[in-house]
Design a binder for this molecule. Structure first.
Ligand SMILES: [Zn+2]
Length: 277
């Protein structure tokens, strides 16, 4: 499928360091998934933070992709109206991907900064926000993990449309649109803009929002148990051609227990479950 064409490296913007783009001049923090990298002040990872790189993960190597055949949305310039999302934008089951985007003026309801949720050091600002339903479920998930001896934290959650736009435009200006699309989600197309996506790491921040997280016990626990609390691993391994994104074991998407459990049981993706291509 067309989607496959451009795999972004991640839905989240990476923190990873490999291919790091230059640091944006911006002063806010932004960060999508991975990326955290805007110049932000709070960054989750140590590494990332420390460096100022905006980084996202590297796109590269794993991606096969050629240049896309770009499906429509990929081509949409920043700031333009996105295509319709599947379902109401504020629904807990809204599907946002490279083809389906949020309205430019979308603002999730009930964004909350829960003081009882642990965040990686340096985490602050809008990336601490998530919808109230998500915060409540995530606290339960973290408590269950602790019973199994695993201590989790949030690396990054919400990212506003304005922040995503600023970050994306920065990449376009400095590296051109093709490269920008590899590093960052087009505004309106980052799942972090819904307030329903959370990047989770171990409390020590090891491999936070990096590929090596997949080998840690925390990632294995999340893959096996997240659905019980209403979350799915949104970009599973082996589904890159369906989701458009490389495997992101840290990126959880809240859908509610029933839907998340159904997707888990079928070992499928949101695109397949909702029959959206
Ligand atoms: Zn993410």
């Amino acid at each position: 499928m067309l989607l496959a064409a451009t795999f972004t490296i991640s839905g989240c913007d990476p923190l990873t360091a490999q291919t790091k783009p230059p640091t944006p001049p911006v002063s806010q923090d932004q960060t999508d998934d991975k990326p955290a990298q805007t110049p932000v002040q709070n960054e989750p990872n140590e590494e990332n933070e420390t460096q100022e790189k905006p980084v996202q993960e590297e796109p590269a190597k794993e991606q096969p992709v050629s240049k896309p055949t770009q499906p429509a949305q990929n081509e949409k310039p920043a700031g333009q109206p996105s295509q319709p999302v599947a379902g109401a934008a504020n629904s807990l089951t809204v599907l946002v991907n490279k083809q389906l985007g949020l309205p430019d003026d979308f603002q999730p309801s009930n964004l909350t900064d829960d003081p009882n949720l642990p965040f990686l050091a340096g985490g602050g600002g809008e990336k601490r926000l998530m919808r109230g339903e998500v915060a409540a479920a995530l606290k339960q998930l973290f408590a269950a993990a602790e019973k199994d001896g695993l201590y989790l934290s949030v690396a990054s959650a919400y990212r506003s449309h304005a922040t995503q736009t600023q970050l994306f435009n920065y990449y376009v200006q400095t590296q051109g649109e093709t490269e920008a699309r590899r590093y960052s989600a087009v505004p309106g197309h980052s799942e972090h803009e819904t307030g329903l996506a959370v990047d989770v790491s171990g409390r020590d921040g090891k491999c936070a929002v990096e590929d090596c997280f997949a080998d840690l016990p925390e990632a294995k626990w999340l893959a096996k148990n997240s659905h019980k609390f209403g979350f799915v691993i949104r970009y599973p391994k082996g589904k890159e051609s369906v989701t458009g994104y490389a495997y992101e074991p840290w990126h959880l998407r809240y859908l509610g227990v029933d839907t998340a459990s159904a997707i888990y049981a079928k070992n499928t993706t949101m695109e397949e479950y909702f029959n959206v291509k």
